[in-house]
Design a protein around this ligand. Structure first.
Ligand SMILES: Cc1cc2nc3c(=O)[nH]c(=O)nc-3n(C[C@H](O)[C@H](O)[C@H](O)COP(=O)(O)OP(=O)(O)OC[C@H]3O[C@@H](n4cnc5c(N)ncnc54)[C@H](O)[C@@H]3O)c2cc1C
Length: 339
């Protein structure tokens, strides 16, 4: 098929949604991802033989377009509705939270949503795009973080976290000026497995008056329930304060906070780990679905454009694909007129 070639930087939900929507409409779409697998902030974390959803825990749906997408995912068995019992927890006291909201999870893990989208894309993992060079005749040359050449593309889409966008497109002020303003929260995630079942009646809790903001019983549907696994997220304030701390110190602090919040007698975990999300959630999204600079043929998308959640990332990726297609059609009709 004739048509422009497109490079997408970042295989999170925004980049993969954009790549999937463009598939078949352009000559090639190549997605570069620095991690060893796709997913970004919905990816899994392995501790021993156990896996945790250590980023996004579930998602909600508001937008009608996103409803259609989620319905298709449900039909394909990629996501399911989650009716876990979520409470509010304050110093061992449990109170009920709103149970009216419909929540969804990827099954068996959140990352499956990204893996499914990635199967539509030409995905190159373990590749950090380090530099973009605009060609005088149009198009972009891409290089990795060691300076190795990755190829030349007619159109480039940057689908990384907001503050990583600006570093890649300093010479594109229409994008870097806005991306530069994005502030992101930090989030320490703790993952623990216990030999015996903990005496906690709920599935997850929003935690108050604690270094923790969220705890969740973590049992992926394809794993044996031998151990009782719990995932915990620290508050943005606590995470920021301890962002540069040693992992062992953070691990102990999160576990202490867990026992205090649940008012349980501490027991030693059999498996434990922590991960610091240095770019967890955008605090001040720019309020545009996506950005595209037509004169340079470069765009940017992600939750930092729309809203700091899965729905925001997917809708931003869709908007990006739509803008790219409109740009391509415009170029093609200009060529026809010129002839
Ligand atoms: C702790 C936590 C809890 C959350 N909880 C929820 C929740 O409960 N519900 C909800 O809806 N949302 C939640 N979210 C938010 C949700 O996960 C994000 O909004 C969404 O996943 C963002 O997708 P994205 O594609 O915009 O960005 P990302 O997922 O960050 O994807 C960007 C990708 O770009 C890659 N990348 C970056 N730089 C480069 C480079 N130079 N070269 C190549 N690749 C690069 C990254 O590795 C990453 O894979 C949570 C997020 C976190 C961190």
């Amino acid at each position: 098929m004739k048509g422009p070639s497109i490079a997408i930087i970042g295989a999170g939900l925004a980049g993969l949604t954009c790549g999937t929507a463009l598939k078949g409409l352009v000559s090639s779409v190549r997605v570069f991802e620095k991690n060893i697998y796709p997913g970004g902030r919905i990816s899994r974390f392995r501790v021993g033989e156990y896996e945790f959803n250590h980023g996004a825990q579930y998602f909600t749906v508001n937008n009608p377009l996103f409803w259609n997408i989620v319905s298709a995912w449900q039909t394909d068995g990629i996501v399911r509705s989650w009716d876990g019992w979520i409470v509010e927890l304050q110093n061992g006291q449990v109170s009920n939270t709103d149970m009216a909201t419909q929540r969804f999870v990827g099954q068996p893990r959140m990352q499956v949503i990204a893996e499914n989208l990635a199967s539509n894309c030409d995905l190159i993992t373990s590749t950090t795009v380090g530099e973009l060079e605009m060609q005088s005749a149009g198009g972009w040359r891409l290089f990795n973080d060691r300076g190795d050449y990755l190829g030349v593309f007619d159109i480039v889409i940057i689908a990384t976290a907001g503050n990583q966008v600006a570093a890649l497109c300093r010479d594109v002020p229409t994008i870097s000026r806005l991306a530069d303003k994005i502030d992101m929260t930090v989030c320490w995630a703790g993952m623990f497995a216990f030999e015996q079942k903990l005496d906690l009646p709920f599935d997850a809790a929003n935690v108050l008056d604690s270094p923790l903001s969220w705890i969740s019983h973590s049992q992926l549907t394809d794993q044996k329930p031998e151990f009782d696994c719990w995932l915990m997220h620290a508050t943005p304030e606590w995470s920021q304060q301890y962002a540069a701390s040693f992992r062992g110190r953070v691990m102990h602090s999160l576990l202490d906070a867990f026992w205090e919040a649940t008012d349980l007698t501490p027991v030693k975990p059999v498996l434990s780990s922590v991960h610091c999300w240095k770019h967890a959630l955008p605090i001040n999204p720019i309020g545009e679905d996506s950005l595209f600079d037509e004169t340079r043929a470069i765009g940017a998308c992600g939750d930092w454009c729309t809203a700091p959640r899965i729905e925001g990332a997917v809708l931003s990726g869709f908007s990006m694909a739509d803008r790219v297609m409109k740009y391509i059609h415009k170029k093609q009709s200009q060529k026809t007129v010129d002839h």
